[in-house]
Design a protein around this ligand. Structure first.
Ligand code: PLP
Length: 415
């Protein structure tokens, strides 16, 4: 296995050196990567781990009675154990490897939803959801005749909890919401929502794509029933993510995809299915990527999730101070800092977000412009698109300075 580096005392500058991609010039300027909410960069040890698998012990898992396959299977299952511990799961069997958050939510909507949702049932979402936590439920509702309800937001992009109380009824079968908004940065009071949902008999699915990478997440403390997240947003590879579910709920669920690895016995007319988690991992999984996700978890633990959260919070405060003085800049999302993460979506009066992003790119600053897969939210914000700067553990205050200076340049160019 590759050598590991640890960071007992957080030092973003040293940590940056672990991310080879950050050490480059874009358009003649040092890269300031402020788009980690879309996909994060990878530390050397995760890249090395992936390469090590392909170079040294690449083989299919769970099948081969030979050394390489046994080694791959051991590493794959060990990664599952690391991921389970990382999110406070009771057992590795509660963790299903998926391609990403989107696939994890689709798994629940299809397997759990198909077995439990009937015509007239209600599915409760929020208007700040990413499309991947809206569309699978719309598809389920269309198939079953269920109805979707939505919790709204206030002027600061916080959930209106009165809507929760008004919309939660005994017909509500599941509340599916984001832990942290990928646009507004809002961190939702998910534990409180879970308590109220459970009191009504509804399950709770958390889209944790934007929380697991940035804060300590413990499924037992959050009292959720399902949790979905993606490896690529937490310094891990693309093509790998996870669904956590309560064991008794997973065990009662039928499979999502059919094929190899998810069966006990196959006959010509019918089959019986494997236990959880194999039942939900049909076909050859992303083996190297899952193993590298385990390495990613080790990396994040070596920095410390509390440390990451505090570093990002300091960056958020610093960046907001620098941005709030830019004339014509409107920042979307809560201005109470403890209620938000370091994802800052904004509008600059009179300038299209694509132009903002293009000018910033000419300064070596990578931000995202568009609807960020949250079209209903942008409709409520009454803007077709926003520009989004998102900070992560490897960002430094100087990059917030450069963002503010870059925005001044945008203003001058488009004045
Ligand atoms: N949910 C949220 C809140 C996200 O920010 C994203 C990605 O941006 C997703 C879901 C979908 O993640 P993936 O594309 O990795 O499935």
């Amino acid at each position: 296995m590759p050598a590991t580096a640890t960071f007992p005392i957080f030092d973003a500058l040293s940590l940056r050196r672990e991310f080879p991609i950050l050490n480059q010039q874009i358009n003649g300027k040092p890269l300031a990567f402020l788009d980690s909410a879309a996909s994060s960069q990878k530390p050397r040890r995760v890249i090395d781990c992936l390469e090590d698998y392909y170079r040294r012990y690449n083989a299919n898992v769970h099948r081969g009675i030979y050394k390489l396959s046994e080694e791959a299977t051991f590493a794959y299952e060990r990664a599952r154990g690391k991921v389970a511990k990382f999110i406070g799961a009771a057992s590795p069997r509660e963790v299903i490897f998926t391609r990403n958050t989107t696939e994890a939510i689709n798994l629940v909507a299809n397997a759990w939803g198909g077995a439990n949702i009937r015509a007239g049932d209600r599915i409760l979402l929020t208007v700040m959801e990413h499309h991947s936590n809206i569309v699978p439920w719309q598809m389920l509702a269309q198939r079953t005749g269920a109805k979707l309800d939505y919790i709204g937001i206030d002027g600061q992009g916080r959930l209106v909890l009165d809507d929760l109380d008004r919309l939660l009824t005994e017909r509500t079968k599941i509340v599916a919401l984001t832990h942290q908004s990928n646009v507004l940065g809002t961190i939702n009071p998910v534990r409180l929502i879970a308590e109220r949902a459970h009191a009504c008999g509804a399950l709770v699915l958390l889209d944790a794509a934007q929380s697991v990478p940035h804060m300590a997440v413990n499924v037992a403390e959050l009292d959720a029933d399902f949790l979905a997240f993606s490896g690529h947003k937490m310094c891990g590879p693309t093509g790998i993510g996870a669904l956590w579910g309560r064991r008794n709920i997973l065990e009662a669920m039928p499979p999502f995809l059919g094929g190899g690895s998810m069966i006990n016995l196959v006959e010509l007319e019918q089959s019986t299915y494997a236990d959880v988690p194999s039942r939900f991992e049909a076909g050859t999984p992303a083996i190297g990527e899952a193993i590298a996700l385990g390495e990613t978890v080790d990396f994040l633990n070596s920095v410390g999730m509390e440390t990451i959260y505090h570093h990002e919070h300091e960056l958020l405060c610093y960046a907001l101070d620098r941005l709030l003085v830019v004339p014509g800049l409107i920042i979307h999302g809560p201005n109470t800092l403890e209620e938000r993460g370091a994802t800052i979506a904004f509008s600059l009066e009179g300038v299209h977000p694509h132009d903002v992003a293009a000018v910033l790119d000419s300064e070596g600053i990578a931000v995202r412009a568009g609807h960020h897969c949250a079209q209903p939210l942008h409709r409520i914000l009454d803007v077709p698109a926003t520009t989004r700067a998102s900070f992560y553990l490897y960002n430094i205050p100087e990059e917030a300075d450069r963002l503010a200076v870059g925005l001044e340049k945008v203003r001058k160019l488009f004045a």
